[in-house]
Design a protein around this ligand. Sequence first.
Ligand SMILES: Cc1ncc(COP(=O)(O)O)c(C=O)c1O
Length: 406
Amino acid sequence: MIDKNFFEGNDPQKLAQCYGTPLYLYNERVFRTRCREMKNLVTYSNFSVNFSVKANSNLSLLKIAHEEGLHADAMSPGEIFVEEKAGYQPDEIFYISNNVSLEEMRFAVERGIVVSIDSLSQLRFFGEHFPGAKVSLRINSGVGAGHSDKVVTGGKKTKFAIAVDQLDEARAIVQKTGVRLIGINQHIGSFFLAGEIYLEGVTALLKIAKTFPDLEFIDCGGGFGMPYDEKTQHRLDLSGLGAALDEVFFRFAEEYGKQVQFKIEPGRYLTAECGALLGTVWAVKENAGHLYCGTDIGFNVLIRPLLYDAYHEIETLPHRPEATVHPYTVVGNICESGDILAKDRLLPDMKENDLVLVHDAGAYCFSMSSNYNNRLRPAEVLIREDGTVRLIRRRDTLEDLIRNFE
Ligand SMILES: Cc1ncc(COP(=O)(O)O)c(C=O)c1O
């Protein structure tokens, strides 16, 4: 859902002229608000919010999240590298590994970053090479959720985490290799709008946590959703979820005999709504009774609709509230028929040089962009709280396309 003052007084047409399109725009005020909502989710004090930067790893946004007191999780040495550049200290980074090499493990361990291990096979490997190192086990407590099968990361059909019936063996490996098990973590999947499923996952994880006596932290994962389509989706009841989590956290601490640290790792909730994507309409055509609106937003720029059938609200600029609406299939400039941003979307009579503004484009949008068809990845700008606009990532250049060739 886009904030009504998203542009903070700026004219989107002027921004398009100044920076070109496609253009990712981020609103700093909205981003800071989301960071604060997550930080204040519970009153339990030993609580940390790890920004899951896979959702958006722009350096400037990472710095803002750090200013807001967030920590970060990482899925690769590349994410660790960027987090360090943004000022995160090793104890503020959690490396959630999945099928990684010795070099990748070493990259984290040498920096003093705690690694989450998600299979018995990798636990043996980690233990052999890093006896004494701190480790966390990623556990599949049996609960999964998500907006698409592709992002459900708990339950029966997932490559992630150590199953409950493998935990005895995991304990044996920990003991044999001498690694220091200081945490357990889970992530049930990405996107839920009802807190119950998250609570179910946390409750299942805490039952398991009681069987590990010396934990320093328990990471409950991310997945908090926000409405992409206001007509069919509602906001997550954060205060209700926070109160329920508080109750569960305090009770656990009492029974466990220690104020263990609780972590969460949201990505989408923090960044989706602070972002929007501006594109230009370059062609309007009809084929076999279907109207097509041809833009510069190819799936190299925004892949979520193609990958997940994801919905993004599309606003046309300038606004023409009096114009007749027609069902347009909004497409990009990539040489594939699947290059579709939205199907049969009711939009006012579209013309060349109109702008389209794609809402809620701050999570898994730029971070999933590519150079497919040798297209240039877009620029990113930040709209500051005082209304000033700053380029925070320049558009790729043609030279960038050949930089790595020998
Ligand atoms: C391990 C892990 N943690 C956190 C996240 C963040 O999820 P979300 O952006 O839905 O909050 C993901 C995303 O899939 C993930 O894989």
